[in-house]
Design a protein around this ligand. Structure first.
Ligand code: DX5
Ligand code: ZN
Length: 218
């Protein structure tokens, strides 16, 4: 069921004063999904944006909206995220005491249910809940900030996630420090979905297309 690598630019690295225009530009440049990093200043030290901003952006975009919730108690945001127009909602394993229930709630909202794993969390933690998962997100940095360095020891974890997934229809996404240099490592290890912030938005808008192409490797 290979459809090539999905590239999901993270707008965390975009110009926040021009978010709608930035999204339009990466869409024109070949972005497949738009990655939305929601941070609460508690689960991670940083604050970003929430449902009202996403709802405004939804009015100007028909792309797949991929929300990555770096928040404590993500259950309380699921309905808001759905109503704001998110297509996928990814929660952190480390933030959920009752992950099975959280995933059921996301599925009941007709969103793709994702689970993100911090660098220290093993993929085996997901073995018993795979049937409820539509996306596994392997963090290749500690979450909270853009522009960090890809942690190379995560490549083995991407391989482990690939074998755990088998032939299930689960996206294997990687987030953090993805560049034209690190993307091939993630793809070779089995990732089919790459998030990239600074490697795309760090360039001028005229280069978004070539940056996306370089990350995709085609
Ligand atoms: C990190 C976020 C990432 C971040 C990636 O906590 O989840 O999505 O925006 O940024 P880069 O690509 O710059 O590492
Ligand atoms: Zn993210």
């Amino acid at each position: 069921m290979s459809i090539g690598t999905i590239i999901a630019p993270s707008i965390l690295a975009a110009n926040f004063a021009e978010l709608a225009a930035e999204i339009k530009q990466v869409e024109t440049a070949g972005a497949d999904w738009i990655h939305l990093d929601v941070m609460d200043g508690r689960f991670v030290p940083n604050l970003s944006f929430g449902a009202p901003v996403i709802a405004s952006l939804r009015k100007n975009s028909s792309s797949y909206f991929d929300a990555h919730l770096m928040v404590e108690n993500p259950d309380s945001l699921i309905t808001d995220m759905k109503q704001a127009g998110c297509d996928g909602i990814t929660v952190h394993f480390e933030a959920c005491s009752h992950l099975d229930r959280t995933l059921s709630a996301i599925n009941e909202h007709d969103c793709r249910a994702g689970v993100a794993l911090n660098p220290h969390t093993s993929v085996e933690s997901l073995t018993h809940i795979l049937e409820k998962i539509g996306l596994i997100l392997i963090m290749t940095v500690n979450p909270g900030f853009g522009g960090q360095k890809f942690i190379k020891s995560m490549v083995h974890k991407i391989q482990q996630a690939r074998s755990l997934i088998g032939d299930r229809p689960i996206q294997l996404q990687v987030d953090g420090g993805i560049t034209a240099q690190t993307a091939p490592l993630a793809i070779a290890a089995g990732a089919n979905n790459l998030v990239a912030g600074s490697a795309i938005f760090g360039a001028g808008a005229d280069k978004y297309g070539s940056r996306i192409k370089a990350i995709r490797g085609s």
